[in-house]
Design a protein around this ligand. Structure first.
Ligand code: ANZ
Ligand code: ZN
Length: 801
């Protein structure tokens, strides 16, 4: 190609792919299926940023390769379009969120198409489309009918100046992200989903899937399963008792005091006995102002107040111990009360130091005069379990506690139920009717979708209720069961709802009878490879696995897990190694990069930028380097010589390259695959020629990365059909190893040149060849060869004197 005119080439091929629907996946086709999935974007007003193409290109590469390997590939794309930024924009401008969403989606689609992705656009989904959210609501109704959706008082973040409820991510350093106003917690009756009922399965079933380790670990940690016991401590001279949750029943002899959360109900129950109640309540009020995170932070100065007038009894030692209220014990975990073992728990130790409480060592091995000892050791000072290791002592003490009837074995989870209500407009309405006689009545399925009504004002009401609360004409309704005056739920669903099942909708996106047909689900599920950001590992990934398991339980899907393989990419940073942001002025716009260098260059660059799993700073020079590589590729057609087989010069390198590229595309090593293709290109330039067969293979290997240019070169070279339909090349393992190897010659430790020898050549044969070399012939007359050593396959050493 004289001039690599990427603009025309890219436009031409995008039109052909679109017109001929080259990447449309047909359900049921008689081929092995492959389902590749990337997290669908939130269509923000800013459009695509250069972070998006990194994961999309990666899975586009995988999809294109799999098609050439003979798979029926589903690689879909859609939009996760409910959510706050759009709603906030609507509040500011008065433009309906549906219109904002439509414009943003159009812009995103234009950008995605300009990158040449092989998405099946016939399967596009949009979570805000009533045809889609009908089924999101349907799933909610099934959860409700199975008792997995319930209402509970739960605090929300409420900005006192905007007078709106805020999502957690809108609260930054304790103040409203938008106005800087004070944020308080306001208790509201909210819909909750019982994800905790699935906690064990959400951990255990990770065994059966292939998630990268850091994803697996963060799921496990987020669910936070721990094994321990609940033990009752009597409160002296009352009929009350305090139940604690402990993971260390083995340390009970060291429990020298108790701590309850300031919100613990026992304070109310025993208020007449607590002589310093005022002080205790004052402390409770202070604690309410802090976040759980602040409260449980290590190294935080420990505060608390002793409950005067009451005390507890350690059920194993029989000793009387004091009870404190402190904010480091949370009401939302375990039982909201702990037995404090200062010798072996860091926070208890810090607390005991502040309040001068007894510290008794019950595990040997540390120096408790200096700090808490949390390591391994033998149990001491504990008559019933002395001498045991921690593990056996835990087991033994749990048995003792159960025998004595003072406690029981208990597994706990950090995972909380999912708060499913938002006091917002731009979300799926929750299809429930509240009847004064019948309670919560589910909307009849035939009435789905329950669409969002038009409101005038998208702003939540002054007391933080959803804008739908301003619409009595919408929420007033007769109870479908008893006919009484009733009201629709006005809360909407969180943004996480639509993304919890979208991968199922892609299998059958136009179905109006079911969320997807059984045939489509059975054929396509589960997702073979799902890539997404680490920031979605705990919420989105967990929520969608939960919904999938529920759908499995009610017979809608046929697999226990939705995703067979999950990987995650690193973020792309600004040139200055900082996160790209408008305020830092380091944002790179993909439209501009495509305009100046082309989509193929942007794709190649984003894959070549570094280890796919790690963060990588943007570099304009790097982009230019990739452009130069493609420029060189575009001129390779001038070097084609006829040859239906690989040439002698390139055979080894060709087989090595097929092998490396095939493997690297499957193992996230896109950068080294491209490096190998560059190496091959350099070799072709050195040789000044390439066989047609070799050029053909080269184009196939590069095609998933740079699909437009390679398709164009393919056509120009007169190869048959479309390149994207070609068969992926195979390599011959034996031919990946060179027959000839280069051996360096050293004379007195100095490098003097190389010889080319057969890789199985004997020492004698090598010696012969070496002695015909200039380096040896040039040894001065007055020097004599003393010794020659051939290290097979590595080096030829000569010592002269
Ligand atoms: C006695 C003890 C001795 C404890 C010891 C630890 C070490 P995980 O593993 O996270 O489940 N705990 C229980 N409920 C709590 C609450 N609501 N707020 C703050 N801390 C709480 O931790 C369980 C341990 O955390 C429990 O075991 C309890 O302290 C504390 F050497 O009991 B342990
Ligand atoms: Zn009713």
């Amino acid at each position: 190609m004289e001039n690599y005119n990427f603009k025309d080439i890219e436009k031409k091929w995008q039109e052909i792919w679109d017109k001929e629907q080259c990447f449309h996946a047909v359900t049921g086709e008689d081929k092995p299926k492959y389902y590749a999935l990337v997290e669908f974007p939130y269509p923000s007003g800013q459009g695509l940023h250069v972070g998006h193409p990194r994961p999309y290109t990666a899975l586009d590469i995988v999809s294109r390769k799999k098609r050439m390997e003979g798979y029926n590939v589903l690689f879909p794309m859609g939009f996760d379009a409910f959510g706050l930024p759009t709603e906030n924009y609507a509040i500011k401008t008065g433009v309906h969120p549906a219109i904002v969403t439509k414009n943003n989606i159009d812009n995103f689609k234009r950008q995605l198409k300009s990158l040449g992705y092989s998405f099946d656009w016939q399967r596009e989904v949009d979570t805000t489309d009533p045809k889609y959210y009908k089924w999101t609501q349907w799933i909610f109704l099934q959860l409700f009918k199975k008792g997995l959706a319930y209402k509970k008082e739960f605090p929300i973040n409420f900005c006192t100046s905007c007078k709106v409820g805020l999502a957690n991510e809108e609260v930054v350093n304790g103040v409203c992200e938008r106005c800087g106003g004070e944020v308080v917690r306001k208790v509201k009756n909210q819909w909750m989903l019982k994800i905790t009922e699935y906690a064990d399965r959400l951990i255990d079933d990770l065994e059966d899937v292939n998630f990268i380790d850091r994803v697996k670990t963060s799921q496990i940690n987020w669910i936070g399963r721990s094994y321990g016991a609940e033990i009752n401590f009597d409160i002296k001279d009352t009929s009350e008792k305090l139940t604690v949750y402990t993971t260390r029943p083995d340390t009970i002899y060291g429990a020298t005091y108790m701590v309850i959360s300031p919100e613990h109900p026992v304070i109310e129950t025993l208020k007449d006995k607590i002589s310093n109640l005022d002080k205790v309540l004052e402390y409770k009020e202070e604690a309410a102002k802090k976040s759980d995170f602040e409260r449980t932070e290590l190294n935080k100065e420990k505060t608390g107040v002793k409950l005067e007038g009451i005390s507890a009894v350690n059920p194993i030692t029989g000793k009387e111990i004091s009870i404190f209220a402190s904010d480091y014990v949370l009401m939302t975990y375990g039982t909201g009360a702990i037995m404090a073992v200062p010798a072996h728990d860091t926070r208890d130790y810090e607390f005991a130091k502040v309040f001068d409480l007894p510290i008794i060592e019950v595990v040997s091995g540390g120096d408790i005069t200096k700090e808490a000892y949390t390591g391994d050791g033998k149990i001491v000072n504990s008559p019933l379990i002395d001498g045991l290791g921690i593990k056996e002592a835990k087991e033994k003490m749990t048995e003792i506690v159960e025998e004595k009837g003072i406690g029981k074995r208990k597994t706990n989870f950090k995972l909380r139920d999912w708060v499913f209500s938002r006091q917002r407009y731009w979300g799926e309405p929750i299809p429930i009717i509240n009847c004064p006689h019948c309670g919560f009545v589910p909307l009849d399925e035939s009435e789905l979708p329950l669409t969002l009504p038009d409101v005038k004002d998208y702003k939540p009401t002054d007391d933080g209720e959803s804008p739908l609360k301003n619409m009595p004409e919408w929420y007033n309704i007769k109870c479908p069961k008893c006919g009484a005056d009733a009201q629709r739920e006005t809360d909407t669903m969180p943004q996480w709802a639509g993304s919890s099942w979208y991968y199922l909708r892609y299998t059958d996106p136009d179905n109006d009878k079911e969320l997807a047909s059984k045939e489509a689900i059975d054929y396509w599920m589960n997702v073979d490879w799902y890539n997404g950001g680490m920031e979605h590992t705990t919420l989105h990934l967990l929520y969608s696995r939960f919904w999938h398991k529920f759908l499995y339980d009610i017979g809608v899907v046929n697999t226990k897990e939705p995703y067979q393989k999950r990987t995650s990419h690193g973020m792309i940073l600004g040139e200055n190694h900082e996160k790209m942001s408008k305020s830092k002025g380091n944002v790179v716009n993909p439209d501009e990069v495509i305009d100046e260098f082309g989509a193929d260059t942007l794709r190649t660059y984003e894959m070549f930028i570094g280890d796919f799993e790690k963060v990588a700073p943007w570099s304009e020079n790097g982009v230019k380097g990739c452009k130069r590589f493609l420029d060189r590729v575009s001129k390779m057609e001038d070097m084609i010589v006829d040859g239906v087989e690989y040439s002698k010069e390139l055979t080894t390198l060709m087989h090595q390259t097929i092998k490396k590229v095939s493997e690297d595309f499957e193992t996230l090593k896109f950068n080294t695959a491209i490096a190998q293709l560059m190496k091959l290109t350099n070799q072709v330039y050195d040789n000044g020629k390439i066989n047609r067969a070799e050029f053909r293979t080269f184009l196939i290997l590069l095609n998933p990365v740079a699909p437009h240019l390679t398709e164009e070169l393919w056509q120009r070279a007169g190869f048959e059909g479309y390149l994207h339909d070609a068969d992926w090349p195979k390599y011959d393992e034996a031919k990946t190893v060179a027959d000839e190897i280069e051996i360096p010659i050293q004379i007195n430790g100095k490098f003097k040149g190389k010889v080319s020898v057969g890789k199985e050549a004997s020492e004698e044969e090598v010696k012969d060849i070496v002695h015909k070399q200039n380096a040896v012939l040039n040894i001065p007359e007055d020097k004599k060869i003393l010794k020659e050593i051939y290290v097979k396959g590595r080096i030829y050493n000569i010592v002269v004197k």
